[in-house]
Design a protein around this ligand. Sequence first.
Ligand SMILES: Nc1ncnc2c1ncn2[C@@H]1O[C@H](COP(=O)(O)OP(=O)(O)OP(=O)(O)O)[C@@H](O)[C@H]1O
Ligand SMILES: [Mg+2]
Ligand SMILES: [Zn+2]
Length: 498
Amino acid sequence: MAYMALYRAWRPQGFSEVVGQEQTVTAIRNAVRTGRLAHAYLFSGPRGTGKTSIAKIISKAANCEDLRDGEPCNQCSSCQDINNGNFMDVIEIDAASNRGIDEIRDLREKVRILPAQGKCKVYIIDEVHMLTNEAFNALLKTLEEPPDSVIFILATTESNKIPATIRSRCQNYQFRLLTLPEITQRLREVAAVNEMNIEESALQLIARRAQGGLRDALGTLDQVYSYKGPDITKQDVLEALGLVDDVFIAELLDKVLANDTTGLLSLLAAAIAQGKEPEQLVREMVQYLRDLMFYITLGHTVELTVATNDTLSLLEKQRSLVNIDKLLKALRLMTDSGQKLRFSESQRLTLEITFLELAALFAAPAAVTDEKTQKSTVPTPPPPAQNKARSQAPDPLWAKILAGVREVKVPTHALLSQGRLLGIKEDTAYIGYRKGYKFHKERMEEKANREILEGVLKELSGRTIEVQFIFLDDDQYNDIIVKKAIELFGPDIVEIKD
Ligand SMILES: Nc1ncnc2c1ncn2[C@@H]1O[C@H](COP(=O)(O)OP(=O)(O)OP(=O)(O)O)[C@@H](O)[C@H]1O
Ligand SMILES: [Mg+2]
Ligand SMILES: [Zn+2]
């Protein structure tokens, strides 16, 4: 037997099987009960929310030989033929196709022909917003003088494109997105009937990703089911859809909020090593930040799209670490970066910079007022154990340099801030990084970043100073003297240590 896709197998056969859309269902079912179906309906609403399904139920109800309390019986030959698509008087027209337009043109004569098989002809016109003006006019003429035994059901996802003249001749029903509980419940039912064994977080993930469309939800379940069989884990869903685990994204944001750039970059490296696409990581982070925003403002999980129960504890922690203002800036930064990534030649670098910028954004003081506050919040790395005594006090020259660099380019600042100024000797400034900060050191050595730093040094000292980046743990540079720095910058901004 041919396998029938779940979303088709689970097309509601009667009004009572429709999920949600209560007002529409109640009104139409009452009209069937009292024999007062309208001549024309306009169903507008998002994809996969039941428009075609209800149109089919109406077709059956209008032709059923054994109506039961406003429900088609699904047993009589009319109902069965309609269910199998073999009923001559139910005519489906896809307005988006060329043939559809021809069919509308022919409509005016054809509607006059009496039903061939049943009691009532039903025209279901899908994607009706796609009709040309000419076709709309033809349709309008038909709607103006509808024969008795004909029902038109127009369906569209873009009701704003339907001319008012057409709209005013139809009974209008607005379909809504289905809620998360509605979708989860239906998925649970489908899984049970098909004897699937599906993890709760897998179910949630599918439902959230469907964003209110039941067809998509069932389609996803189907996809995972056919690839994995009846035992389905969250991991299976992630793989089938090529998604990134929300827990991973949540942990990534943890590093961002801690301004732990090393941890952040190594997580990104791991994701890329696993074959995750930079664009996808950014996209998922956008969704996650959006979830966080909804979680902060609404305080419940109903609106979340990527975060599942697995990330609730992290979300809960993160909500206290951010404010809406920063979150909005972060969302803007990430959506812009998504665009940039598409055209980037080095996607990985763009990705890394994006996340470093994100960390810098959250680490920056909420409102920078004067230089003093700016200086005190410049992140300085914890000193290596053996040099503790030497670098406890914040270095005002270093703070000046960092502030200057930050003004030119935030990502460069993020790279530089993980190092520290060791000293200046013979027109060369030495910047030290701890061993674990190899990435930062190497990025700073690149021409673009180096030039920014040299530009700032020149501005501060009035002369050309080269920079050299070294690892702090190498003892060979210990004789670098601070004296030269005093010469260059003057004693008031150079602090002598030791
Ligand atoms: N409200 C609903 N109740 C039950 N099942 C639904 C509902 N909405 C969608 N479905 C499921 O999704 C499938 C597709 O739904 P349907 O064709 O009615 O969507 P639609 O609104 O016409 O979408 P489109 O705008 O893409 O044509 C159905 O076969 C059914 O499995
Ligand atoms: Mg449809
Ligand atoms: Zn019937």
